[in-house]
Design a protein around this ligand. Structure first.
Ligand code: TMP
Length: 200
């Protein structure tokens, strides 16, 4: 069993199934004897709650610069309050979205990726970052209700293109999400266990 913590993030467009997959991964790891926890961005902290109210649940998108700055601020709080303390206790932290969501979503809104990286300089590098790739048309149809201003086909197509570039650059590992829940979960667990073995 590993004695140092481990940080994984799952990324993807809205409706790709990453929340379900993150929860399945946490359950599988806990059953295997790891101490795994689920966490998410936007976080449940004060800035995260503000983002949900102020940025996501409204008719029109706010300035993408403000969005990027708020998500970056929430990330610092999320790391300080939830992720880093759990890693220090030797836990496996599975985050439903992280830095790459800012690169993809705020990048798709037209911001310079290097600037987004710059304002996120304090965000630690995850041990494993997975992109669950689902066809945007399928993903949009899966959404029962539109929860955020980001959720429209045109936007998700642009977001996916940036995620794919991050796969090319080696920032993310692509998992084909156009398969059954179980098959996707099996591959994510396999990638996680291989990465966990390397740090033992
Ligand atoms: P969720 O539906 O996965 O909870 O995510 C909420 C929305 O927030 C989703 O549409 C993507 C968006 N988002 C960003 O635009 N930038 C970010 O940095 C993060 C973490 C989320």
């Amino acid at each position: 069993m590993s004695h140092r913590g481990f940080f994984i993030c799952l990324e993807g467009i809205d409706g790709c199934g990453k929340t379900t997959q993150a929860r399945m991964l946490v359950n599988s790891l806990n059953k295997m004897g790891y101490r795994a926890i689920y966490t998410a961005e936007p976080s449940r902290g004060k800035i995260g709650s503000f983002i949900k109210r102020y940025c996501l649940h409204r008719d029109k998108r706010i300035s993408s610069i403000v969005e990027a700055l708020l998500f970056a601020a929430d990330r610092v709080e999320h790391l300080d309050d939830e992720v880093i303390p759990a890693i220090m206790e030797g836990k496996v932290v599975v985050s439903d979205r992280y830095l790459f969501s800012s690169l993809a979503y705020q990048g798709a809104a037209g911001l310079d990726i290097n600037w987004i990286r710059k304002i996120n300089e304090y965000a630690i590098k995850p041990d494993l970052a997975i992109f669950i790739d689902v066809d945007p048309e399928v993903a949009i149809k899966r959404l029962k209700t539109i929860k955020s201003v980001m959720e429209n086909l045109e936007n998700e197509i642009k977001v996916r293109e940036i995620y794919l570039k991050l796969v090319e650059s080696g920032d993310l590992i692509r998992v084909d999400g156009n398969r059954s829940k179980r098959e996707v979960a099996k591959e994510i667990l396999h990638l996680t266990l291989s990465a966990l073995k390397k740090i033992k």
